[in-house]
Design a protein around this ligand. Structure first.
Ligand SMILES: [Zn+2]
Length: 195
């Protein structure tokens, strides 16, 4: 997973120490990236363990990522094993323009999402207003999913970035790459005035 994170940095998806990453272990504890690490040099030792509520498990632990509570919400709501969060130009620009959701239809790549068999279906990516108050933002996100039918494995934070998840690292990478491809297409279509 550390190698995957360094790869995301190389693609320009984690500039300036941005982004955070986690996986859930069989005992329910979460291994999450520490705060402020340059992702170009991310090592396995840059993960730390928190419980299901984001509290560090080891005494004297360094600070976990500020967004740990958002990872905890995803694990609480979904049968996910891995969460990847990236800051890209396309996801940052489009999440400022679309304030509630971005809908994709007609793209062949939609089929890579679990349960999708045709490009004719719609993929909905919810957009939440960004906040520095993580407990409040976590509550907003949890409340949304508990009251909406939304099966796509990701959401955007406005002007901030994309969260994507899946059962395994491989599945989560596939979801993340598909979302970023669709967002890049959407941005190009907006620029060309054809969307
Ligand atoms: Zn972030």
């Amino acid at each position: 997973m550390a190698e995957t994170i360094r790869g995301l940095y190389m693609r320009g998806w984690a500039p300036a120490t941005g982004g955070n990453y986690s996986h859930r272990k069989a005992d329910g504890t979460i291994r999450i990236s520490r705060s402020g690490i340059n992702k170009a040099r991310f090592l396995p030792s840059d993960f730390m363990t928190v419980n299901a509520y984001g509290v560090p498990m080891e005494a004297g632990s360094p600070q976990p990522s500020a967004e740990t509570l958002l990872h905890c919400v995803v694990y609480r709501l979904f049968d996910a094993g891995v969460v990847l969060h990236v800051h890209t130009v396309a996801n940052t620009v489009l999440s400022r323009h679309f304030t509630e959701k971005i809908t994709f239809s007609g793209f062949e790549l939609q089929k890579v999402f679990a349960g999708q068999t045709t490009h004719e279906a719609q993929i909905v990516l919810p957009v939440f207003a960004n906040s520095q108050d993580m407990p409040a933002l976590a509550k907003t996100i949890e409340a949304y999913y508990r009251s909406h039918e939304c099966s796509s494995p990701g959401f955007l934070l406005s002007g901030h970035g994309l969260y994507a998840w899946g059962k395994t690292l491989e599945e989560t990478e596939r979801h993340l790459e598909a979302f970023e491809f669709l967002l890049a297409c959407k941005l190009e279509m907006q620029k060309a005035g054809i969307d």
